[in-house]
Design a protein around this ligand. Structure first.
Ligand code: NAP
Length: 532
């Protein structure tokens, strides 16, 4: 018998070091795979990994839910292709404790990248961490990006909440780093600053009609249904029967599910109330997903693709005469993606079901319409031939996120990232002392939540190396001075107890129904809830 890692693996590899027989791969979670796997031949059923997993993704083989049984085979296939060998990477040793006040670090942002960096730093006695976030809520994309029907993934926030009870942790929500309190202020109160500000903007297609009403970045739709205050007052035309999503990454699959799931299924999630109401009344019957390359190169992960096929009342249609045969060079996950695509192709559609239709080798040329979107003109990327106009009233552009510049820091327009060397911010070919980045603003908008763990570890290692080399030694103002400065500047910060009050109130609002929480979706509501 074996334990099995399933769909919502966050890939942060917390499970790897607790395994007594070292049978979970890839070890650092940063490898090329979409998730981690347990070798069924080597597993001794101890369950240590399942206990450690922050998102409850690991099951005992006999307890696997029907929808997750496939992961047993995927793991076996993975280890057939990559036989288990001993991992001799030395365990990283934590830094020695520092004197109180010797290392004060500001972390800007409160998403997973920021949380992993802050939590890792707090493991060393003496280090003080102050976290700054523009919104009155922490957790970034865990709260406002992860799909509402992925509640287990969202539960990773509990792991950080535990770390942040530390007395050396200072929480400054509702504080935007900018004009009133900026980079120089951060450096005046801290020995180092780590920017973990993510990639809040969306990439553009650069095609005619992109700005027509009815054409939106998928990130705006995601923010809307997740109750992000920047997006909660947006409107989406759900009156037509077909929506088209450009790009076929995991954000696309999240948005497609949200567009097609039933009211009952959505109610069981923490989707924002306004989105629950609008989507429950939606007329959309079909979501067409456009990939400019073939199924082999689809950006979605096999787990998310597989899960689509289990959604009640929704057919998955593979609409293309494209090659779905695995080749000798395909990795296990690509081969499985093609296998699953073939299974979908061979399924008979159920009359009355809604549909997600995957079209491949299809690039958008123009979004058509006079006053609003009426369709999208396509090109066959294999032949370069016009592929006609696909009528639709809603188009979501899901082609990736993009970082935005931060005041006083360098910015690389081409990649949408802050230039850095392993996490050290670089300007004019030299590292800026005491300034670091982690997460999507460091490496671009790729990877799942747990990818940020290794990313943060690299940045924090660079910071420790600089600390040990004396680069971070200077006098800085202490926490009391910081509190006074923020108050002087009229910044009404929400601290951790304020967030806990919001959290409790939101959960309380959901308690009388089937909902995990009912979110506050404006800054005003959030601030009121933070001061009960
Ligand atoms: P993504 O995975 O990078 O996918 C972007 C998609 O847009 C790709 O299909 C890409 O096609 C396509 N694209 C890019 N430029 C295009 C253009 N000009 N015209 C047409 N198509 C274009 O991005 P994402 O979906 O935003 O996800 C971001 C990250 O978050 C990913 O690492 C993802 O795995 C992660 N995420 C994970 C989950 C989950 O685990 N459940 C959920 C959401 C997000 P090409 O491949 O041809 O470039």
């Amino acid at each position: 018998m074996t334990y099995v890692i399933t769909q919502n693996c966050c890939k942060d590899a917390s499970c790897v070091p607790v395994c007594p027989v070292d049978c979970i791969r890839p070890v650092d979670g940063a490898g090329d795979t979409e998730m981690l796997y347990i070798d069924p031949e080597a597993c001794i059923d101890c369950g240590a990994c399942a206990e450690e997993c922050p998102v409850e993704a690991i099951y005992y083989e006999d307890d696997l839910p029907e929808s997750q049984v496939r992961y047993r085979d995927i793991a076996a296939d993975y280890f057939r292709a990559h036989p288990l060998t001993a991992d001799n990477t030395p365990e990283p040793r934590p830094h020695a404790p520092v004197q109180p006040g010797a290392l004060r670090i500001a972390v800007v942002g409160a998403g997973p990248a920021a949380c992993y960096a802050a939590a890792e730093l707090l493991e060393v006695d003496g280090v003080e961490v102050d976290l700054f976030e523009r919104l009155p809520t922490p957790f970034g994309l865990i709260r406002a990006g992860v799909a509402p029907d992925h509640q287990r993934t969202k539960s990773i926030a509990d792991m950080f909440s535990l770390a942040f009870t530390n007395r050396r942790f200072g929480c400054h929500l509702n504080v935007e780093i900018g004009e009133r309190f900026g980079h120089a202020d951060l450096l005046a109160h801290h020995h180092a600053v780590i920017y973990a500000v993510g990639a809040p903007s969306s990439r553009d297609l650069g095609i005619p009609g992109e700005g027509l009403p009815g054409s939106h970045p998928a990130a705006d739709f995601v923010g809307w249904y997740n109750g992000h205050p920047d997006h909660s007052d947006r409107g989406f035309d759900l009156s037509g029967q077909r929506a088209v999503i450009i790009g076929n990454g995991n954000v696309t699959l999240d948005a497609a599910r949200a567009l097609l799931m039933s009211r009952d299924e959505l109610t069981a999630t923490d989707i924002a109330d306004h989105a629950l109401e609008a989507l429950s009344d939606s007329a959309i019957e079909e979501v067409v997903v456009l990939g400019r390359r073939g199924p082999r190169d689809a950006a979605f992960s096999v787990g998310e693709f597989l899960a689509l096929g289990d959604l009640p009342g929704i057919d998955v249609i593979i609409d293309a005469d494209c090659d779905l045969s695995p080749g000798p060079d395909d990795d296990v996950e690509t081969a499985m993606k093609l296998t699953v695509a073939r299974e979908y192709r061979d399924r008979a559609p159920v009359p009355g079901n809604k549909r997600v239709v995957f079209r491949f080798h299809c690039a958008p040329v123009a979004i058509e319409g006079d006053d609003a979107v009426t369709g999208i003109r396509l090109r066959d990327t294999r032949t370069d031939a016009d592929a006609g106009v696909l009528p639709a009233s809603l188009v979501l552009r899901s082609i990736g996120y993009r970082g935005t510049p931060m005041p006083d820091l360098p910015f690389d327009e081409a990649t949408g990232t802050i230039p850095n060397d392993g996490g050290r911010v670089v300007a004019d070919a030299a590292a800026l002392p005491g300034v670091y980045v982690t997460g999507w603003i460091k490496r671009g908008p790729r990877g799942v939540i747990g990818t940020n763990r290794t990313c943060a570890a690299q940045t924090v290692a660079a910071l420790w190396a600089d600390f040990d080399a004396g680069v971070l030694t200077r006098d800085v103002a202490d926490r009391a001075a910081l509190t006074a400065t923020l108050a002087d500047r009229g910044l009404a910060e929400v601290d951790w107890s304020g967030w806990r009050a919001i959290d409790k109130a939101e959960r309380g609002r959901g308690a009388d129904g089937r909902r995990p929480r009912v979110k506050f979706v404006t800054v005003e509501e959030l601030l009121a809830a933070s001061r009960p």
